[in-house]
Design a protein around this ligand. Structure first.
Ligand code: GLA
Length: 415
């Protein structure tokens, strides 16, 4: 059997050296600075952000690095070390939503979104390097848009990056770029995680509309080594299927259900249900008011998943790791059976992890491919990843890869 690949994170020094050298080779000058933004793993609270719900991500040590210099005109040039001969160019002047094709839409869209929001940003030259695997459900796109947003904030002295509340402006620009320039729907979890997480903490994000920055985020201590555990992150490398259309469809179903239930969003319904003495019966009562079977399943996932976020936080704070693991399992099963966003690779990876002694395992991110996470005993990640890789090989799936993971820092200036 083939040995499972491990994707190690670059250090800030390595990342900075790479992008600085690429910048100098490409543009013949030194960059004004180097910034980095991480990918994320969502511990629990999946497909809840666009329902005004709760999520609990950590920032990965795997980051996207950007070397950037501002320009005096509105031209943009971007290059990445995936193909350094392919320098993409754009003009911010007269640019409209959807006006850029390919990967350049992500960074160019951030500058465009900041300008649309009235901020004084001109063109820029930038070089990228990343160790966040693409298409892995670990938010490589947010790592790119958030690193660009923070770099533009620094290069143009906007002053938002210095505070958590200020970063909301940068998060919004990153979201707008992904939704409106790149045409990839996203609900805000990924960008908020990349911009707001702190080391050794998971962040409880509350997506109820109208909250202040302070109300919308709470740092929760998350150090698994205190409990003799570690987090296995495994990118299944399953080919993505119909990802965007399916995501948009789930979202539309949730919005329709909220409307039928006379609520602004499913979070309102979840809060009513979870406040009852017997939430399970209250949920049945809600579901009876919907005619469509598929819609009932989607709503059941969202409402139970929102409840699981605070249950997980409570179990974790009490050191009840088995309950925390059980909640991982319940979340996955709900995403598989009710929300129907898993694929065989995700389900099998989760099954093998559980069989091999994980306290709990679940898919993380949007689904339809991507990654799983598992709570495992310290020192067990590699063995369990290997068992999953062996099972994938037997089934003829792509070879998966594992990422050493812990709760790392959010986007920051490196140089
Ligand atoms: C993707 C989206 C996020 C979120 C997750 C599911 O990662 O970009 O906004 O909806 O799926 O939790």
């Amino acid at each position: 059997m083939t040995q499972v690949d491990i994707v190690n994170a670059m250090s800030d020094a390595e990342g900075a050296a790479k992008v600085t050298a690429l910048f100098e080779r490409t543009y013949g000058t030194k960059p004004a600075g180097v910034w980095a933004a991480p990918g994320r793993v969502n511990l629990i609270g999946e497909h809840t952000d666009y329902n005004g719900g709760l999520c609990l991500p950590i920032a990965l040590p795997h980051r996207t690095y950007i070397a950037l210099s501002p320009r005096t005109d509105t031209q943009v040039r971007v290059v990445s070390d995936i193909n350094e001969n392919d320098v993409q160019t754009a003009d911010l002047n007269g640019l409209e939503a959807g006006g850029i094709d390919g990967w350049a839409a992500y960074p160019v869209g951030v500058a465009w979104a900041l300008r649309e929001a009235g901020h004084d940003v001109q063109g820029f030259d930038a070089a990228f390097s990343t160790c966040v695997p693409f298409g892995s459900g670990l938010s490589s796109s947010a790592a790119m848009t958030c690193s660009t947003a923070l770099a533009l904030d620094g290069a143009y002295d906007l002053g938002f990056g210095a505070t958590d509340a200020g970063r909301i402006t940068l998060i919004n620009a990153a979201i707008t770029s992904e939704n409106d320039m790149a045409g990839a729907s996203t609900g805000g979890l990924d960008q908020s995680a990349s911009m707001r997480c702190t080391p050794d903490h998971a962040i409880r994000l509350d997506f109820r509309p109208g909250l202040t920055a302070e109300e919308s985020a709470q740092q929760e201590a998350f150090d698994l080594s205190n409990h003799g555990l570690e987090l296995l992150v495994l990118d299944t490398r399953a080919p993505h299927q119909l990802n965007d259309g399916q995501y948009a469809q789930r979202r539309a179903t949730c919005e329709e259900a909220a409307e039928l239930l006379g609520a602004d969003n499913l979070r309102e319904v979840a809060d009513l249900v979870n406040a009852q003495a017997d939430p399970a019966t209250a949920l049945e009562g809600v579901l009876e008011r919907l005619d469509d079977d598929t819609m009932r399943k989607r709503v059941r996932h969202v409402i139970t998943e929102i409840g699981r976020v605070d249950d997980f936080i409570e179990a974790f704070a009490e050191g009840d790791m088995q309950t925390a693991g059980d909640l991982f399992n319940a979340s996955h099963d709900s995403l598989r059976d009710d929300y129907e966003v898993t694929v065989p690779e995700l389900d099998i990876a989760v099954d093998v992890a559980r069989d091999e002694g994980a306290l709990g395992a679940r898919m993380t991110g949007g689904g339809f491919g991507g990654s799983i996470i598992a709570l495992v005993n310290q020192g067990e990640s590699q063995r369990i990843a290997q068992c999953i890789a062996d099972e994938f090989e037997r089934r003829g799936f792509n070879a998966p890869r594992a990422l050493p993971a812990y709760a790392a820092q959010s986007a920051h200036r490196v140089q």
